[in-house]
Design a protein around this ligand. Structure first.
Ligand code: AMP
Ligand code: GLY
Length: 424
């Protein structure tokens, strides 16, 4: 069958890399894609939020499966658009309905869902402009640090963690009354700070059955030692070494099962990935966020460890037969390191030529912000390439990724040299 992937990052290149290995894939399209996906698939220049253009592309190219990479089109209802369009109804769209996508699109909705289904999460309350004063009083009842979350999508920037009460009150006001994060902060969730170590669990679900994919841990801060501004992610490791069988069983019983059962009980159409961000506090896992898609760069370490045919898994997801397929996982560990443009996550240059890619042999290079210009591969984003290696353990995998990064070059290139630093 012909397949379309929506998106343009390292996540989408990893999906493309995995999907072309399937005997079920005839032609693969990526929209809009990057220079890496152009090497293994056909890039189509369109916006992931332009549903009319996507429909045309699907019909013109006889596409039977669409895999949605980023959250934006999901939150805007691409799954509903496909389900409601007569000519697209049979196309296997992998991604939750708009109602399902609200688990990421609204922090308040996610918290209500967790409360309704008894899923462990930090205590919280939600506030709007009208209840600003109550919000300030609520802050007074909490211990620092204070966690303020814009309700809506804010490109990963909508969470503030503050040590000072007066500053927290001021920021709450900035969010609610001065639109600090635009409409995303018209509502704000204030929650208790959880002190622990973060990890992510990925689930593929058809709304009834589920498969737990490999765990991963990403490194969000730009600076070494987890300092500086938050980014989309500077590197990742899978599996998470401290997750033993007991902890995983607890995560499945107290978080994964009730989440899927909750979707089922609420009759929410959910055929896709559920990415559960967790904080482990003394071996007690709490949910800090749901995402309704795979993570980036987590996908770059999770997918290379999946041995099963991904197209078969996705088809079973759409047909609600996920219980009938087997998920086989590679025992080896995977590590990825992101190389980024200097200045990211703030302003950075684009159009710098990247050299050395063909010299890398032991690692897989997933392109993120790259494009082709006059036959050359040039930078086209903040996060540029993800260098993934599979090896016996994460330390060996990391060592090889770092050795191979040395072969790469572009002006302003930067990467964190301490991915995994907190694990040993
Ligand atoms: P979120 O977008 O909800 O994942 O939040 C972004 C980041 O803020 C997370 O990756 C955590 O590092 C941190 N964070 C969010 N909520 C909490 C919390 N309740 N306690 C401690 N850290 C948090
Ligand atoms: N790496 C975090 C995310 O994809 O949301």
């Amino acid at each position: 069958m012909n397949i379309l992937i929506l998106g343009s990052g390292g996540r989408e290149h990893s999906f493309a890399h995995k999907i072309i290995q399937s005997s079920h894939c005839d032609q693969l399209f990526v929209a809009p894609g990057n220079a890496g996906t152009a090497l293994i698939a056909t890039n189509i220049s369109l916006s992931v939020n332009d549903f009319e253009a996507i429909k045309k592309c699907v019909l013109n190219n006889n596409i039977k499966m669409v895999l949605v990479g980023p959250e934006d089109p999901l939150v805007k209802g691409i799954a509903n658009y496909f389900a409601e369009s007569e000519s697209l109804q049979d196309v296997m769209l992998i991604g939750p309905s708009k109602q399902g996508a609200l688990l990421e699109g609204s922090k308040g909705r996610a918290k209500e869902f967790m409360t309704d289904h008894n899923i462990p999460t930090a205590n919280y309350q939600s506030f709007t402009k009208e209840s600003l004063e109550n919000g300030k009083k609520f802050l007074e009842t909490l211990k620092p640090p204070y966690v303020l979350k814009a309700d809506g999508l804010a490109a990963g920037k909508g969470v503030l963690i503050l040590n000072n009460l007066e500053e927290a009150k001021q920021e709450l006001e900035n969010m609610l009354t001065h639109s600090k994060f635009g409409v995303a902060s018209e509502k704000v969730v204030i929650e208790e700070f959880l002190d622990g170590i973060e990890l992510s669990v990925f689930v593929l679900t058809d709304g009834i059955h589920y498969k737990i994919l490999p765990t991963a841990k990403d490194y969000k801060r730009i600076g070494e030692g987890d300092t500086g501004l938050n980014t989309g992610g500077m590197g990742a490791i899978s599996p998470v070494p401290f997750v033993d069988k007991r902890l995983m069983q607890k995560i499945e019983n107290t978080i994964v099962k009730p989440s899927i059962l909750g979707l089922n009980k609420e009759q929410i159409d959910y055929k896709g990935f559920l990415f559960i961000g967790l904080i482990n506090v003394n071996n007690e896992p709490f949910v800090i966020e749901y995402n309704v898609r795979m993570g980036d760069p987590e996908t770059e370490v999770v997918l290379p460890r999946i041995k099963s045919d991904l197209v078969e898994l996705l088809e079973a997801t759409f047909l609600q037969r996920l219980d009938q397929v087997e998920l086989k996982i590679d025992d080896r560990a995977a590590a990825t390191v992101m190389v980024v443009s200097g200045g990211y996550p703030e302003d950075y240059e684009k159009g710098n030529e990247i050299t050395g890619i063909s010299d890398v042999k032991e690692s897989i290079i997933f392109h993120a912000g790259t494009t082709q210009k006059k036959g050359k591969i040039v930078t086209n984003g903040g996060r540029v390439l993800a260098i993934t290696t599979l090896d016996l353990n994460y330390k060996e995998a990391l060592k090889k990724s770092y050795q191979n990064i040395k072969k790469l070059h572009f002006n302003t290139m930067y990467y964190r040299r301490d991915i995994g630093f907190d694990l040993s």
